[in-house]
Design a protein. Structure first.
Length: 202
């Protein structure tokens, strides 16, 4: 059963990765006068959600010193090496009881803006799971209703969320979003592409 219309919305910002492929904390890569994680947190704040939960793990100390985490409930994931599913499991206990919908945001996808989050929430209706359908496929952010939280907590590995979406396809609503899937920054090449996109948009 979906949450009532008045149920609150939380944004869970996943920023606990060890940045193994990049070789340095990607959360702290310079971006738009700040760092990459700033962009994800700005998106969460500008989306007018009721709670922001920030999951940290690798380089957590550096991140907390460098990034404005005000208005965030910060959760440390000691098992961050086990993939983003472990961060979701670590963060879920911090989600307030009045929250009925959880939006997942990735710290390494700064191209996801608050307008996309609001569009996803406005188009999800009473679905248990809502995903963005871009011109070139499905991408983040995703939204999950509270009845799915237990399933989220039981996931494992980096692809657990995608497997849940596949497994519960009948409960998924695709919300159309114009444009391509936002770039996911995992490597130095990805970062160069991101900066090139930023320069081209000026």
């Amino acid at each position: 059963m979906p949450p009532p219309a008045e149920a609150g919305v939380a944004a869970l910002v996943l920023a606990a990765g060890a940045s193994v492929r990049l070789g340095r904390p990607k959360q702290l890569l310079p971006y738009r006068g700040g760092v990459l994680l700033d962009a994800a947190l700005d998106t969460a704040r500008e989306s007018s959600v009721d709670q922001i939960v920030l999951a940290l793990g690798g380089s957590a100390g550096e991140v907390v010193r460098a990034v404005d985490t005000s208005l965030c409930d910060v959760v440390l994931n000691p098992h961050f090496g086990e993939g983003c599913s472990s961060s979701i499991a670590a963060a879920l206990p911090a989600v307030r009881p009045d929250i009925g919908v959880l939006v997942l945001l990735l710290a390494d996808e700064p191209g996801v803006g608050a307008d996309t989050v609001r569009h996803l929430l406005g188009g999800r209706g009473d679905s248990l799971i809502a995903v963005c359908r871009y011109d070139d496929g499905i991408g983040h952010p995703f939204a999950f209703a509270r009845p799915v939280f237990a399933d989220l907590a039981a996931l494992h590995g980096d692809k657990g969320v995608w497997k849940l979406i596949e497994r519960q396809a009948a409960d998924v609503r695709e919300v159309r979003v114009a444009g391509r899937i936002p770039l996911d920054v995992d490597t130095e090449e990805d970062y160069r592409h991101l900066l090139a996109e930023l320069e081209g948009a000026r």
